[in-house]
Design a protein around this ligand. Sequence first.
Ligand code: GLA
Length: 422
Amino acid sequence: MSRQTGSASSAVPSTAFVDEARRGFTEQFGGEPAGVWTAPGRVNVIGEHTDYNDGFVLPMAIDRACHAAAAPRADRVLRVYAAQLGKTVEVSLDALTGPGSAGDTRPADSPDMSPLADPAVTGWAAYPVGVAWVLQQAGFPVGGADIYLTSTVPVGSGLSSSAALECATALALGGISGFELTTAELARHTQRAENIYAGVPCGPLDQMSSAYGEDGSVLFIDTRSGEVRPQPFDLAAEGAVLLVIDTRVSHAHGENGYADRRAACERAAAFLGVPALRDIALADLPETFAKVAVGLDETTARRVRHVVTENARVQQFVAILNHKDFSLPPLGHRMMQSHASLRDDYEVSAPELDVAVATAVAAGAHGARMTGGGFGGSAIALVDTGLLDAVQDAVRAAFAEHGYPEPQFFPAVASAGARRTA
Ligand code: GLA
């Protein structure tokens, strides 16, 4: 049943990448790494832009991951090499701590998640260095380290390459410095690193997916309580595949767009007098929509409508999965509704994503939707295995017709979360 046809190439088994990480470490730094720590990317099956509204999400970790080969150093230097970029960052761990040195002395549990005014390190380097900084702030005894990072999560594809990097780095630092992080700590501190140090106002979705991932399961997460319920997701048994369509475009307005959407949700929640949009019941939506449209504006009302209906769709999707004899069309239907809502009400889709979704469904997919933050990146399509080739061919042809870059395809395989792999 799990036959995979055509060019939706499965990822090379991760043991090959673990070996590559070890070899790369030796080439780059000399000597042997003390171990390798691996953390996956994710696709979000449904529940988009709900995580910073205290809502529900349903992601799964995938078999694309970041591998961190690491060894301790005798001094207090952190040196990180990113293989895909061919770049190194080197910092003194002591320069990252103490009043003023990194421009920030907030305690680890401070509710203030605003970015540092003047981050000491910028670009890609802010991610691994931010992880070291945040762990130190939280009181973990982070020691000097050499870390070699290599990743199979495509960057800018909306598959959480940064969360994979952060989680792999955090585990590697713990592994060689002799401290252990609980899964909840791993998710929380890596999200803080991204919010505060890298200055990206993301919610908990990506880091929780990478930390909590389970083989063969999607994760039903209540982002308010932090409860994570793995839910078996055996598509092969249904003769189907969750196909990732990486559009390979990432629109420049995405960064501001994300922050704008988040701010609009917070404004609406404050206006409605609720802690978060999670607190608006589906039954109250018509009344709430009217109130926000009059009191704020219609655009904000549509943002609210997306969040409220999306939370309901996640719960419906999970309820369908919980049926012993669930079938794929109702799942596909919820995916389509989710995409339409993200496109029309939340306005975070992109022409490439809309073409991918419409074409996949026209070629026989049960449903498809954008996944992740949007403004480019990847779509996912629920496809019967026998139609995999037809769907990919159709999407490839449609992209060529529109003059878009050639998309990339691979099956999303629900995989284990962040862990030591060597
Ligand atoms: C990005 C963010 C997540 C989440 C999604 C949208 O991936 O990092 O926190 O908000 O967008 O669901």
